[in-house]
Design a protein. Sequence first.
Length: 60
Amino acid sequence: MADILVVASKIKKVVKETGLRSGSDYIEALSKRVEEMIKASTEKVKTEGKKKTLGAEDLI
């Protein structure tokens, strides 16, 4: 298992506020999705070659 990139307690709190629960597989999958988003953003910025700082506009 890779490192968890999200704060599980914070995610669980948000989910709990909706009246639902989250399983550990949800936290792991969410973390994986975040990792994929980061990798896509970094590749986008590297390909464009115009800057060195990721911004909200780089989320894809």
